[in-house]
Design a protein around this ligand. Structure first.
Ligand SMILES: [Zn+2]
Length: 398
């Protein structure tokens, strides 16, 4: 009798706490999986030991910031959430996408972000930056968010996340995101093993250590923390610049995404002429591949119809970059097909009461992050997404 009462209490208590435990999702832009080993960041590696981590979080194609952040936060592939690159065209809107354009025209985003899913189930969300977080869905944004400001210090972001956790129950968000760009900036500008990259990793790791300590002392560790990155980073060979003079013939739109050219045209003959023109301007036919809809590689998940799906993609191979003649080329970048490139692997680390301790699971695609978080938040499962609940079943404590 005594035992069964104890069990009942334990189960009720755990159901109660898991539904009420807030979850903080942090994205460290451009943090390659290999940095954990190369630079041994103390706080991050300690979280790996304390929680559940993946051997890698696999980016979607293309391995650019906006499509990947949206896949993480909607559980859907770019063709379905609408942000198919950092630079692309939308035939219905009749405009070229600019980063964050959804705040002026919500049609750019075609899937629900997690902050919206959470609010629709009666909770509050808080977003300290995330790509397209200023875009409304059903005329609503998250209860708390800030217009994007790149220069906001990382510490300010962590401090505000703690302030949100301190709010009285009725106002407190149960789902909070934070976004940090400083490591991506240093990776692009200075590259692997540069003092600037090491400094950026150390700075963020120290802030994370303070943040975790505060969670443990002030909230007795009753906060779930999920840390992800959107993609890794890889070297550009400065001799591998693919230039072209002009492909913008008649009805063909060419959008330069640096690691891909997206071509849009309803006139197939003009499209073929444009591709031929591009090839004729190359001294050597190497460093790129041409693909045409609907015969894109299946894992790109772009062989569907939609206003932003290009008719052709010229895809740069690793170390190559499309450039029409800029004087400066960064030492490193991302955006390439991430499928067989381990340089582009990202991270997934989850700690807190809802996650198993010291467990490492196999690499998985980032469309599966959303189901993990909805389960940890105690939300209803979300239908019609590309991610599955298989990994959530494996790692989220019931
Ligand atoms: Zn990024």
């Amino acid at each position: 009798m005594k035992i069964s009462t104890g069990l009942l209490f334990c189960c009720l208590f755990s159901a109660f706490t898991s539904a009420k435990t807030p979850l903080v999702l942090l994205s460290i832009d451009g943090f390659a999986q290999r940095y954990l080993e190369t630079y041994q960041p103390k706080a991050l590696n300690s979280l790996v030991e304390q929680g559940t981590s993946a051997k890698a979080l696999l980016p979607v194609f293309p391995s650019k910031t906006f499509p990947n952040h949206l896949s993480i936060i909607t559980g859907q592939y770019p063709a379905n959430h609408g942000i198919v690159h950092n630079s692309f065209f939308n035939r219905d809107i009749n405009e070229k996408y600019k980063l964050g354009a959804g705040k002026n025209d919500a049609r750019w985003l075609t899937a629900d972000p997690l902050w919206h899913i959470n609010e629709r189930q009666g909770n509050k969300s808080a977003v300290y930056f995330w790509p397209e977080s200023e875009t409304s869905r059903e005329n609503k944004t998250a209860s708390y968010y800030y217009p994007y400001k790149h220069s906001t210090p990382n510490k300010t972001r962590f401090d505000q996340i703690l302030n949100w956790l301190r709010l009285p129950a009725a106002e407190r968000p149960n789902f909070i995101t934070g976004y940090f760009a400083s490591i991506d900036d240093a990776g692009h500008d200075f590259g692997e093993n540069s003092p600037e990259l090491i400094q950026a990793i150390t700075e963020l790791d120290n802030l994370l250590a303070e943040f975790v300590e505060q969670i443990n002392t002030e909230f007795s560790g009753q906060v779930n923390l999920v840390i992800v990155s959107d993609h890794g980073m890889t070297k550009i060979d400065k001799k591998h610049v693919i230039k072209w003079k002009n492909m913008q013939i008649d009805d063909v739109k060419v959008i330069n995404g640096s690691t891909q050219l997206y071509l849009y045209s309803d006139n197939n003959q003009k499209l073929q002429e444009s591709l031929t023109l591009f090839q004729s301007q190359q001294e050597e036919q190497k460093g790129y591949q041409i693909y045409q809809h609907p015969n894109f590689p299946a894992h790109w998940q772009l062989n569907t119809d939609g206003p932003s799906i290009p008719n052709a993609i010229i895809d740069a191979e690793m170390s190559y970059i499309f450039d029409k003649g800029r004087s400066h080329i960064d030492p490193e970048t991302h955006g390439y097909d991430p499928k067989s490139q381990r340089d582009l692997d990202a991270i997934f680390i989850a700690t807190g009461p809802s996650f198993k301790k010291n467990v490492q699971i196999d690499a998985f695609n980032n469309v599966n992050v959303l189901p993990i978080i909805t389960r940890a938040l105690g939300l209803k499962d979300v239908d019609n997404i590309d991610g599955t609940y298989q990994i959530a079943d494996e790692i989220v404590r019931k």
